[in-house]
Design a protein around this ligand. Structure first.
Ligand SMILES: *Cc1c(COP(=O)(O)O)cnc(C)c1O
Length: 464
């Protein structure tokens, strides 16, 4: 298929053949580029990285969109991403200062701006239909507040999202955001989204788009904080660092891999999974073995409870020398609990990509939360704790280790209470969140009901 422009990829999500979109060439950040970015503010770094991938938005527009995405009303930390040294050679990169207190805001705030810009230019609308068990839904909704060309229908399992995460979604009252609480589990929500997308007629009529983690624009936006954190932590440009990343769908750490390929001296990418250890197993054995949905265990780091890692296909593509045919062949046969084995074929290639991995269990995350609180007075969320636990197992003398902080502890209060015997602090701007009125509609797990609800939204408006 012919190459696409950036804005087409932005609105497309998945490629028409069901594959994932990747750039034709990985652009370079040379040592001189890194040196010139050294003391720059986050939006400046973001602009430089985005310009390497965006071929169809003029520079002044891109600068404005990046500026709006990372403005102080969205991200409360003055540097957007905080960098804190907790021990000699151990740093936390805080990615959770955005509106929903999780790292998904880092990408979705920019995606919201890019959507609005492109839809305005084309004079088109987009209907986002998504499924969420927590973080993605609230982050996507907050990114689309006030975006006149985008409507959001977010499906969440009724009564099964944490009270704080539910409140982050349901307390929104926006004309373009509809919360649908599905009588069922997360997989039911995801199946409905698939069914809605499989109805080609409906999809075209209602201009259904996606904001899930396979959207290339999200990966691009996430590359930025790897560059930024590197520049703030490395003693001088060129010196190596290691980065530990709590991982579910492989979106976050894949962005780190692209940063590494671009030339950022990240020597090792440390993949941390929870009990759902599809990826730790792959990096230990070379076998990628997708789990059946029923074999996914609910854990205390719920945003990493996955059966297969959607973005992993992009990594396998790189492992095969950017060969789309070999990659498609591997993934074509991948059923709901299928798999493949790359131990013989690409074992060498895997180690050359700098990945190491490990998994962290409930007791590990509790112990890590306790230790950081006791020794450093620092409370971290359970996902971040997984990253720190596995990161420290791979710590090397004299190589700075950066652990990515992917959420604030207040989102996962029950686990913090278990670890510390007290509630996490609530940021002032969300102090009354749980008391605000909620707006959501309970709906049966039936794609036809959801389609009817979407159609009703537009009835009589002449749109979309
Ligand atoms: C989504 C999420 C993750 C996992 O990120 P992936 O890109 O899916 O690997 C980790 N931690 C938190 C808090 C999340 O919300």
């Amino acid at each position: 298929m012919d190459p696409l422009r950036f804005a087409d990829v932005l609105l497309l999500g998945l490629a028409p053949d069901g594959g994932l979109v990747v750039p034709e060439h990985v652009p370079e950040l040379r040592p001189a580029d890194l040196a010139s970015l050294r003391d720059r503010a986050y939006p400046e770094v973001a602009l430089t990285v985005a310009q390497r991938f965006v071929d169809d938005i003029p520079e002044p527009d891109l600068r404005r969109l990046v500026g709006a995405a990372y403005a102080p009303d969205a991200f409360t930390h003055p540097d957007v991403v905080s960098i804190d040294q907790v021990e000699p050679d151990l740093y936390l990169a805080g990615l959770s200062h955005g509106p929903t207190l999780a790292f998904k805001d880092m990408a979705l705030q920019l995606v919201g701006q890019l959507f609005e810009n492109e839809l305005d230019r084309r004079d088109e609308r987009l209907t986002v239909v998504g499924a969420t068990s927590g973080d993605t839904g609230s982050s996507a909704e907050h990114a689309m507040i006030g975006k006149r060309k985008v409507d959001v229908f977010m499906l969440s399992p009724h009564g099964r999202t944490s009270p704080f995460q539910a409140a982050q979604m349901y307390t929104l009252r926006e004309p373009n955001i509809v919360n649908l609480a599905v009588r069922g589990v997360f997989d039911d929500c995801q199946d409905i989204v698939k069914a809605v997308n499989a109805d080609a007629r409906f999809k075209a009529d209602y201009r259904i788009g996606a904001v899930n983690s396979i959207n290339w624009a999200r990966v691009m936006a996430q590359i930025v904080y790897y560059v930024f954190a590197y520049l703030r932590v490395a003693p001088s440009p060129g010196e190596p660092v290691d980065v530990a990343v709590p991982t579910g769908n492989f979106g976050n750490v894949y962005a780190g891999f692209v940063a590494r390929r671009m030339g950022v001296p990240i020597e090792r990418l440390i993949v941390a999974t929870n009990e759902n250890d599809v990826l730790a197993e792959f990096f230990a054995t070379g076998r990628y073995r997708v789990r059946a949905a029923a074999d996914v265990v609910p854990t205390s780091s719920p945003s990493m409870d996955i059966s297969k890692a959607s973005n992993f296909e992009r990594y396998v593509y790189a492992l095969h020398g950017d060969d789309p045919v070999a990659t498609a062949a591997l993934f074509a046969g991948l059923g709901p609990d299928g798999g493949f084995d790359l131990a013989g074929e690409s074992g060498q290639a895997v180690s050359a990509t700098g990945f190491v991995a490990g998994s962290s269990r409930h007791a590990d995350r509790i112990a890590t939360i306790r230790r950081l609180a006791k020794e450093h007075g620092r409370v971290v969320d359970p996902h971040t704790a997984d990253g720190i636990h596995v990161g420290l197992e791979h710590r090397r003398p004299d190589v700075p280790l950066i652990c990515l902080e992917t959420a604030q502890p207040v989102k996962f209060a029950a686990t913090i209470r278990e670890a510390l015997g007290r509630d996490p602090e609530i940021p002032p701007r969300l102090a009354d969140l749980l008391d605000r009125p909620q707006h959501y509609e309970v709906i049966d797990p039936d794609p036809e009901r959801v389609k009817a609800r979407i159609a009703a939204h537009y009835a009589g408006t002449g749109r979309p």
